[in-house]
Design a binder for this molecule. Structure first.
Ligand SMILES: Nc1ncnc2c1ncn2[C@@H]1O[C@H](COP(=O)(O)OP(=O)(O)OP(=O)(O)O)[C@@H](O)[C@H]1O
Ligand SMILES: [Mg+2]
Length: 249
């Protein structure tokens, strides 16, 4: 309880960081067994139980912001935190603050219907494999068709952005139904760790700052290409992004 109060007050001071403790839920433990500094075995111990929405309802409903936050990211890992009820809470929060909800979905083979909880969110950013699962099609189908089925199913308000790894991105705009292919930046010996996370982070930041969907997707494509040009989990510096924009223009 003490922890909860401390975290709420942190949120109230406008500092958007904090952890919501959930009683009896095990923290994920990752064990790596290595030989000569190289990981040969990795064991993850995780709790996948569906999180009870009442545990977080109080926190969500008491969130206060000094400035209107532009975007909320649903980074779905299908580990129980994002479920029908918790997603509804966050969707309500988005309505209250007029925030754009951007979803990085994780369709589950065993329960494909689960993905429908993101119906009506603002933007959806599946990679091509996820888009195929959502649409029920394979990579052999046309991108337009995969995209069309994803849209019918999830009905985003703003856009659908299918990320295509080293092949770039495919943006569908809901306003005019247009499709735009954005080619990837060529990277020598890419290390793709964190490509998706970098891309959704840059996209959301740009949208929050007022960029159009196309501008935000271009920035996401540039930022992700910088991240994959570095070894391991990498960050992207502001100046690196500015340099990339100048180089590509
Ligand atoms: N080899 C590459 N070269 C250049 N850019 C890349 C490469 N791989 C990924 N990217 C950039 O990163 C974006 C996201 O990559 P991807 O489609 O692989 O996402 P993802 O599968 O969700 O990644 P993650 O495994 O991190 O979740 C791509 O749309 C592209 O802009
Ligand atoms: Mg991803």
């Amino acid at each position: 309880m003490q922890d909860n109060l401390r975290i709420e007050s942190r949120f109230e001071s406008g500092e958007l960081s904090g952890i919501i403790p959930i009683k009896n839920r095990k923290t994920t433990v990752k064990r790596r067994i290595g030989i000569d500094g190289k990981t040969v075995l990795r064991e993850d111990s995780e709790d996948h139980d569906v999180v009870d929405a009442t545990c977080i309802e109080n926190h969500v409903n008491r969130l206060k912001f000094n400035e209107k936050p532009g975007v909320l990211i649903f980074s779905d890992y299908d580990k129980g935190f994002l479920n029908q009820k918790t997603v509804e809470l966050f969707k309500d929060l988005c309505m209250r603050y007029d925030m754009k909800s951007i979803v990085d979905p994780k369709p589950s083979e065993e329960n494909l219907g689960r993905i429908d909880m993101f119906k009506g969110c603002y933007g959806i950013t599946p990679n091509i494999e996820e888009a195929c699962e959502i649409s029920g099609l394979t990579k052999l189908s046309k991108l337009e068709e995969i995209c069309g089925r994803c849209i019918d199913r999830l009905q985003p308000k703003g856009f659908l952005l299918i990320t295509l790894g080293g092949n770039g991105m495919f943006l569908h705009e809901m306003t005019d139904g247009s499709n735009t292919y954005i080619p990837a930046v060529k990277v020598k010996e890419p290390d793709i760790v964190g490509a998706g996370d970098t891309s959704i982070a840059a996209l959301s930041l740009a949208l929050a700052a007022g960029a159009t969907h196309y501008e935000a997707a271009m920035l996401a494509n540039y930022a992700a290409s910088i991240a994959v040009s570095k070894k391991g989990t990498a960050t992207v510096k502001r100046q690196e992004l500015i340099d990339m924009i100048k180089k590509m223009d």
